[in-house]
Design a protein around this ligand. Sequence first.
Ligand code: HEC
Length: 138
Amino acid sequence: MNQKIILTLISAFALTSFNLHAAAPTLKSVMQGLSTAMNSLNEGIFNEDYTAIELAAAKVADHPKPKGQLPTVIKTLNIRMIKFKSIDSKVHDAAVDIVALAKVKDINGILKKHTIIMNNCVSCHTQFRTEISDALKK
Ligand code: HEC
């Protein structure tokens, strides 16, 4: 892939990741929020509570961005930022789909997207978590 495309992708990620409304959270606090939202999503699924499912999925989709720490993440991952971003997008897109599926009460569709979210949460962790965690501690 050529350098220009890579740089464009990285800066696009950085820009869309700046949430100007919220005080800059840390990656860790964002992750803790995602974890809580996923627990609410599970509970919603078990209770067939589509309002709760929709709310929880919307939280996963629109999670705050760790604005202050993002430069360290980009610096650490460099070209691998593309992979990181792609996993992040899979989580985002599946959560957006769940919001729509909750409106039509499609539990099977929701479960399929739930699996995609879970797989990608874990996929990012196994590939990048320790490395990023260490870099952020420096
Ligand atoms: C694109 C990468 C990526 C994705 C996707 C991702 N995470 Fe993480 N997650 C991380 C990184 C990196 C850390 C380590 C952060 C740190 O230590 O500062 C982390 C840490 C965590 C932690 C530990 C927080 C703590 O207190 O130490 C939890 C819980 C977590 N993630 C939940 C989730 C959930 C739930 C999802 C999916 C909805 C998810 N993550 C998706 C990258 C990701």
